[in-house]
Design a protein around this ligand. Structure first.
Ligand SMILES: O=C(O)C[C@H]1C=CC(=O)O1
Ligand SMILES: [Mn+2]
Length: 390
């Protein structure tokens, strides 16, 4: 039995190493919502609920995530035995509809506490436990400039950090976007897998044309080319000539996963812990995908170290992860907020092995970057260009 004794939710803003240009927003910093729960025995758990570009990506913003946790979820936690993570989250689901990002942050913190209490990593609390200790990790080339993206891709290849690249397109004319993708495919050749993410910005007609053209220039995969709620159109695109279609914004947990699978509206699922509504729900999305013969990819909301570690734990339990992952979020930020960064190297990210999430927050960095910091916090951390980890 464990009772909640303290709950803190804070928004932490960390600059990105370069502008990150997406179809719907250009990011210069990332706003992470960090939740810290402490139980009656003093065991602490941390979680993260992070989105992209304010409200331009989805229906939850950093501010709404914080307010849903503080105002509606914490009061429910106060009535629960929080050592029972599944039962607690069932009760939260009864009291709070939607708000998947907020629920994910809380479930992550509860799982971190449960793992610490039991002395096991979070991956051991999901399904049959982990089947891998590290996973391939993609990088997104999104500087907005083709030559700079090629140079960045070359640098990542020579560092042996990434050989899967996702390009963010959908902002320009289809022909210009495909020319940009083609130039990068040509420069990197068979040393890399090049994929694109349109973030829902094409019409069906643009997607039909774009997907055929992308195949001709050597692109391997297209992520969410059209609106995620148009499953019928996704199904038409997924079955016509062109690169395979990956569902991202269309997926909001097991029910949408089942609808997409039943409609044959995607060949690949981007698994995301926040969008799914937590780690347990992500494992269910993965199971539906696997049963339907849909390929799986470990997606990100560009979380920092906490959400990235949580994602790594659940992705480590998926039997087959044919498309790898994109768990590079902490590397896009100028500063690491963990005491020890996640391990990156040899084109892979390592799954932490310690109890719970196996990570710890750096209190000085949190004090400096938290949005509500007091003006008395003096010591600025040293900003570095790329926090490459191991
Ligand atoms: O998939 C998205 O839309 C979000 C994200 C993941 C990588 C990246 O650069 O942006
Ligand atoms: Mn996406």
């Amino acid at each position: 039995m464990a009772l909640l004794s303290q709950a803190d939710t804070l928004i932490v803003d960390v600059p990105t190493i370069r502008p990150h240009v997406l179809a719907m927003a250009t990011m210069h910093s990332q706003a992470m919502v960090i939740v810290r729960l402490t139980d009656s025995d003093g065991v602490e758990g941390i979680g993260e609920g992070t989105t992209i570009g304010g409200l331009s990506y989805g229906e939850e913003s950093p501010e709404s995530i914080k307010s849903a946790i503080d105002t509606y979820i914490v009061p429910v936690l106060k009535t629960c035995d929080i050592a029972r993570v599944g039962a607690t989250m069932v009760k939260v689901a009864k009291c709070v509809r939607g708000n998947h990002f907020a629920k994910c942050a809380v479930e992550t913190a509860l799982l971190d506490m449960a793992g610490k209490r039991l002395g096991v990593p979070v991956s051991d609390l999901i399904g049959g436990g982990r089947v891998r200790d590290e996973m391939p990790v993609a990088w997104t080339l999104a500087s907005g400039d083709t030559a700079r993206d090629i140079a960045e891709g070359e640098e990542m290849l020579s560092l042996r950090r990434h050989r899967i690249f996702k390009l963010k397109i959908g902002k320009r004319d289809v022909r210009d976007d495909v020319a940009h993708v083609g130039a990068i495919c040509k420069a990197l050749g068979d040393r890399a897998s090049v994929r694109v993410d349109v973030n829902q910005n094409w019409s069906e007609a643009q997607a039909k044309r774009g997907m055929a053209m992308l195949q001709d220039v050597g692109c391997d995969l297209v992520e969410q080319p059209i609106a995620g709620d148009d499953i019928a159109a996704m199904a038409r695109l997924a079955t016509t000539r062109g690169v395979p279609l990956m569902a991202d914004e269309a997926l909001h947990g097991p029910r949408t996963a089942l609808r997409i699978a039943s409609a044959a509206a995607a060949g690949v699922f981007a698994l995301k812990i926040a969008q799914s509504g937590g780690l347990f729900a992500t494992a269910e999305v993965a199971a539906i995908g696997t049963a339907a013969g849909i390929g799986l990819y470990g997606g990100t909301m560009l979380e920092g170290g906490v959400g990235t570690a949580a994602s790594a734990h659940v992705f480590a339990t998926v039997p087959e992860l044919a498309w790898g992952t994109e768990l590079f979020g902490p590397l896009l930020q100028t500063e690491e907020i963990l005491t020890a960064p996640l391990g990156y190297g040899d084109f892979a990210v390592k799954v932490p092995t310690g109890p719970g999430l196996g990570i710890a927050l750096d209190p000085d960095k949190i004090a400096f970057f938290r949005r509500d910091r007091s003006t008395t916090v003096a010591a600025a951390p040293i900003l570095h260009a790329v926090n490459a980890g191991a």
